[in-house]
Unconditional design. Structure first.
Lengths: 264, 248, 204
């Protein structure tokens, strides 16, 4: 960590002793959310999500492929995340970092475990099924990539249209229907700083954090969780975070439904 | 997750596919210090899992610019051997899953290792899954804890890990591979037993808030047994010598 | 009464300043695998590498020599440097074995040695650094005993390197290995004395 980050971390901790956050939010408040679906017309689905100053773009491409051998009745979905060098001075070019792999896998787990995409509906004929490729582009890092990414991927999927497939050819110019979705998942990520638990940490809060917990839910059940950083979390704290994550789901879901003009 | 078409009955007459109760661990065997070159090592057989953990260090930091004058840095590499799975031949070295597991495992040990005791140094943790049958990251963390202790590296606690999850409407401990493939939720957890702080928690599937609490409770209960086995493994080497002299 | 403790095990329900422990929430816990002596409030580590401290006596080999600055190989990952005194009459030669003490550890990174003494001839063995205190014994009783009964000159480095010369070196080395293996069993000094006496009587 740079010296300036250490000073900022100490400042964050100092503020918290008086129960105050740097940007004056309540402990369980998200930063402002903006969702812009469909901004990449060439992609079958896309969405840019701003969460405070964090900016994430998700793009969805559908490719005609084959089902996996052990799931012959389904299409597939896969996810990758790029921490672009333009998003932060600390991001470098090169092979995927453990951080970007973790991000993509955690977001993927929420969407997958929540059965959001109806994979069986992606089968077009025996041995022919759509493969859904979701790519996350991190454009600006200002803390909490997990929730911004979960929102971007979910919104991009809600924005996704399936192209026409005719005579063994994909007709990209013609999109025939919405991709079939069965569930909507959102996540809430918490930072533990000393004894304080904060929802949706900004960059300085993330630098100061001892532990992190991401809870992805569909409003009734927890679908995926991931703890990060070296600090410990108590069982009671986990339960509290799960409670908040479940309660926050509706608010985020509404924002996505409004923006994408699609509801489930 | 495997295709649901081939899903076997995971619970029959209140017992699991391998005859266990819902809150029953698989048989666990832990051995410490069998690798002479490593500064610390441990071998764990956990059901059909066979896992080797080795620790090197504190040693010189590589590359040097990563050295921290205030504390040690930890590197962790979890890998599955290409022959470890009953399924296909795997690839050599860490895949994306292994890289993620290595990352969260490293974070677990950054919590308990007293890093500021070893400034300007590096501690390497290697976890090699020789045979995998579900729950390898938990078994690997349990083994690595013993290997670190066996290396004499200062630690605040001896971490254990185990998973719990859901099969149908039952909360179940320590999935084997088949259960792992077809379960409704899986949640590996690593715990510092001294204060029951959760150091690793991953989950996917579906659990209500109540089910989640129940699953964590089951992990903490089973943890007492795992902790005792870890301590036993560390004592074992010394006891063998002591017994030659009729001492305990 | 001695018992084996592992990291995180409580050794006192109050704060006690003790090596190889840490204090948290008003209690004292073991930080390493070791033998806990409740009477003397002491944990003797059973595992672990050497952590250098000022005034530690070490044994090493001269690796490089340049303008009276020597780099010494202590079989340890941190660099160690010996600066010759102004009065140095016989410069050290590369490859020579020496005994020296730690004067300082600069930036917690480089070990600075002084009070060097050349160890001529003889042989060296490596032992676990965690067992060195037992090989030396309280007030050097153990190492003196081995020296007396085998006739070997012995220097035990805290870094786990032992230098031996003269007398029955093989027997002395055997005794040291026995200590390394049985460090945690009580009555060690007595057992080593009996072994050495027994073996020297047989004319070995």
């Amino acid at each position: 960590m740079e010296a300036i980050d250490i000073i900022k971390s100490n400042y964050i901790r100092e503020l918290l002793t008086n129960g105050v956050r740097e940007d004056a939010r309540g402990p369980n408040d998200f930063r402002g959310v903006s969702i812009k679906p469909g901004i990449i017309e060439h992609a079958e689905g896309s969405a840019q999500v701003d969460l405070g100053a964090t900016k994430v773009l998700a793009g969805v491409k559908l490719v005609m492929g084959e089902p996996m051998a052990d799931t012959p009745d389904q299409g597939t979905i896969s996810m990758a995340a790029e921490l672009l060098p333009l998003a932060s001075a600390e991001y470098e070019t090169g092979p995927p970092s453990p951080q970007s792999i973790e991000l993509a896998r955690v977001v993927d787990r929420g969407i997958r475990a929540g059965n959001c995409v109806d994979l069986a509906d992606l089968l077009v004929a025996e041995g022919k099924a759509w493969s859904v490729f979701v790519d996350l582009y991190i454009l600006n890092y200002a803390g909490n990539l997990f929730d911004a990414s979960e929102l971007a991927v979910m919104s991009a999927l809600m924005n996704t249209k399936v192209p026409k497939y005719e005579d063994d050819k994909v007709v990209r110019e013609e999109r025939i229907k919405d991709i079939k979705l069965d569930n909507i998942v959102t996540s809430a990520t918490f930072a533990k700083i000393g004894d304080h638990v904060l929802l949706d940490m900004n960059r300085n809060e993330e630098n100061a954090a001892d532990a992190r917990l991401t809870v992805a839910t569909d409003g009734s059940a927890v679908r995926a969780m991931q703890k990060g950083l070296s600090g410990g979390i108590s069982v009671k704290e986990i339960d509290d975070m799960v409670g908040i994550a479940l309660a926050k789901h509706g608010e985020l879901k509404n924002l996505m439904e409004k923006a994408t003009k699609r509801s489930l | 997750m495997a295709s649901l078409a081939n899903k076997p009955d995971l619970i029959v007459n209140g017992k699991r596919i391998d005859g266990r109760d819902f809150d029953e661990l698989r048989p666990i065997k832990i051995e410490a210090g069998m690798l002479k070159n490593a500064d610390g090592s441990a071998y764990v057989e956990w059901g059909n899992n066979k896992i080797l953990a080795g620790v090197y260090g504190p040693k010189e930091v590589f590359p040097r610019h990563m050295a921290d004058p205030a504390k040690a840095i930890i590197k962790c590499r979890y890998t599955m051997a290409p022959f470890s799975s009953l399924a296909e031949h795997g690839r050599t070295g860490p895949n994306r899953r292994a890289i993620e597991i290595s990352k969260v495992t490293k974070e677990v040990f950054e919590n308990v290792v007293m890093l500021n005791e070893f400034p300007n140094s590096e501690i390497d943790i290697f976890i090699e899954v020789l045979q995998g049958d579900g729950g390898t990251r938990a078994a690997g963390i349990t083994a690595a804890s013993v290997a670190l202790a066996n290396a004499g590296i200062y630690m605040r606690d001896l971490v254990y890990a185990v998973s719990a999850g859901r099969i149908e409407d039952k909360i179940v401990l320590d999935f084997n591979m088949i259960e792992d493939n077809y379960s409704e939720a899986d949640m590996p957890i690593a715990v510092a037993p001294r204060n029951n702080e959760i150091l690793l928690l991953q989950m996917d599937g579906g659990l209500t808030r109540e089910q989640l609490k129940q699953a964590i409770g089951m992990v903490l209960e089973a943890g007492k047994k795992i902790s005792a086995m870890q301590k036993e493994a560390l004592n074992e080497n010394y006891r063998k010598v002591a017994e030659q002299y009729g001492q305990k | 009464m001695r018992e084996i403790v592992v990291p995180g095990e409580a050794v006192a329900d109050r704060p006690v300043r003790m090596h190889n422990t840490y204090i948290d929430g008003g209690k004292t816990y073991a930080a390493t695998v070791g033998l806990f002596d409740r009477e003397h409030n002491e944990i003797i580590p059973l595992e672990g590498g050497w952590v250098p401290h000022i005034e530690d006596v070490v044994v090493g080999i001269v690796k490089t020599s340049k303008n009276s600055v020597y780099e010494i190989d202590l079989s340890y990952f941190k660099r160690s440097i010996l600066i010759a005194s102004k009065f140095e009459r016989h410069p050290l030669k590369v490859g020579e074995a020496i005994e020296a003490s730690i004067k300082d550890i600069e930036d917690r990174k480089t070990i600075i040695l002084y009070r060097e003494r050349v160890l001529n001839g003889g042989t060296m063995m490596e032992v676990k650094a965690s067992k060195v205190p037992r090989i030396i014994g309280k007030n050097s009783t153990m190492v003196n005993q081995i020296s007396e009964l085998t006739g070997a000159s012995i220097t035990v480095g805290r870094n786990g390197i032992v230098w031996l010369r003269g007398g029955n070196v093989e027997l002395a080395a055997e005794a040291i290995l026995k200590i390394e293996n049985e460090a945690h069993i009580k009555g060690l000094t007595e057992r080593i004395r009996m072994m050495l006496e027994d073996r020297t009587r047989k004319g070995e």
